[in-house]
Each structure stands twice: as C-alpha cells, then as structure tokens.
Design a protein around this ligand. Sequence first.
Ligand code: PTJ
Length: 247
Amino acid sequence: MIPNSHPRAASLNIRHKIIEGMHKHIVAESGLIAHGRGEAFDYLLGEQTHHFALAAIEAAAAMIKLSTHPIISVNGNVSILCPKEMVEFSKLSEAKLEINLFYRRPERYEAIKSHLETFGADEILGIEEDAQVELDGLESYRRIVDKEGIYIADTVFVPLEDGDRTETLKRLNKNVITVDLNPLSRTSLNADITIVDNIIRVFPLLQNFYKDMEADSARDILSKYNNKAVLNQAMETMSTEWKKKLN
Ligand code: PTJ
C-alpha cells in the first residue's frame, strides 16, 4: 500500500497498475522495463507536458483529422495506462483500435480485448485470425496485422513502439505518429510526428485539439510542423530542466 502522503505516490501507483497489468497478462514482462525507461525520461522533463509536446499533439490531431483510414495500434502498456482516454479518442476521431503486440501470446490478446471492452470499446481489430495478413520486410510478430486495419491504414498511431515497425510502416508510405518519452529512439527519429510526453497525459489533450479543429486549419498546422525541431527542443529541455532542482 502506498501512502497518499508519499511525495512520489502518483508515480508509484502507476507502477502498481503496470505490475497488476502484467499479472492479468495485459502487460508483457518487458513492459515493466520499458515503463522504467519512460519514467527516467519523464523525470528529466519534470513530469510535465512542454510546448514542443503540445505542438506535436496538435499536429497529430491535424494528421488524424485529414486521414481517410487512421488506426490506433494498441499494446499492453498503453492498454493499462490510459484505456478510457484511448477508447474515447478512438470514438471521437473514428480511428479504430487494433491490438498489435511485440510479445504475441493469445492470452494477452484476450486479456487486452476484454479490458478495453470494460472501458467502452466496441470494435477491436487484430483479433480475428481470418483477417490477419503480414507486413513485408518485418520479422517481429508486429508484422501480423489486420487487413481492415493497419494493412490499409494511411495513418498509424503507434504509442510506445519499437523502431523496426516504425521503419517498416514508413517504407510502406504510411504516416506514423508516435508517443515516446525518448527523443532519440529509432521510432522517435523516424516517425512523422513524435509526441515526447507521457502517454498518460496525451489523449485528453489530443481530444481537445481534435474536436475544435477544421480541415483547413489542420492543413495549415501540418504544413508548418517540423518534427526534427520538436526533437531538438525536447533534448534541450531535458538538458536544462534539472537546473530547477539543483539551483
Ligand atoms: O505489449 P507489447 O508486447 O506490444 O510490448 C510493448 C513494449 C512497450 C514492451 C514494446 O513495444 C517495447 O519493448 O518497447 P520499447 O522498445 O522498450 O520502447 C518503448 C518506448 O516507450 C521507450 O523509448 C520508452 O522510453 C517509451 N515509454 C515508456 N513508457 C512511456 C513511454 N513513452 C511515453 N509514455 C510512457 N508512459
């Protein structure tokens, strides 16, 4: 039990959610390690959403708004960290959810599906064996995708992703949006839009930008967006934010 008065209570409670998720087969064992790496970067960012992340979230809303077939790729960590907000955004934007796991085990697909259904998800792709096809040029299990989902998507939102699939999706000429606290990961470097922020803070902001955005302003926002500049600003912020603690 974590006392509410503990100065790190919020962060410790999230760790426990992730651990519980692993016991329920939603989160992969490696998901705990991935979470720890994310925590370290978030600490360097002062655990807050910065201006460069807001710019990327706004651009992501614009890209999804202008897409004809956007898909949200769902993994174990994201399912545990923000199921309600993700399902709400999927409904608002009509970007379908597709479960796509790096550590592919049938019981994880079932566990994630029923978990998301308790938060209101009604259509989840990636489950039906008959609908499965493979992406060329990718060896990991992430190559197995739904023929009604990622396979035909023009835009794929891949929060907390590994680099191989991001490179494959780009080779297949898809737009890639990611959320990754590590600005130097291969995914961050190769995505079209990299949101350097904790996924627990992203979906509500994405919803707000999305619901007030018209197609004309979406085009304007995307034409001005520069992902490399965003990554540079994230690195600069990580290398200066510590001064607030030490000085
Ligand atoms: O559920 P599965 O089987 O699909 O596996 C999911 C994980 C996350 C285990 C898998 O995709 C993986 O191993 O990912 P990586 O290569 O560790 O990359 C995850 C990235 O997400 C790292 O760069 C982390 O810094 C970042 N990250 C971790 N937690 C968060 C995060 N970024 C944003 N918000 C977080 N909460």
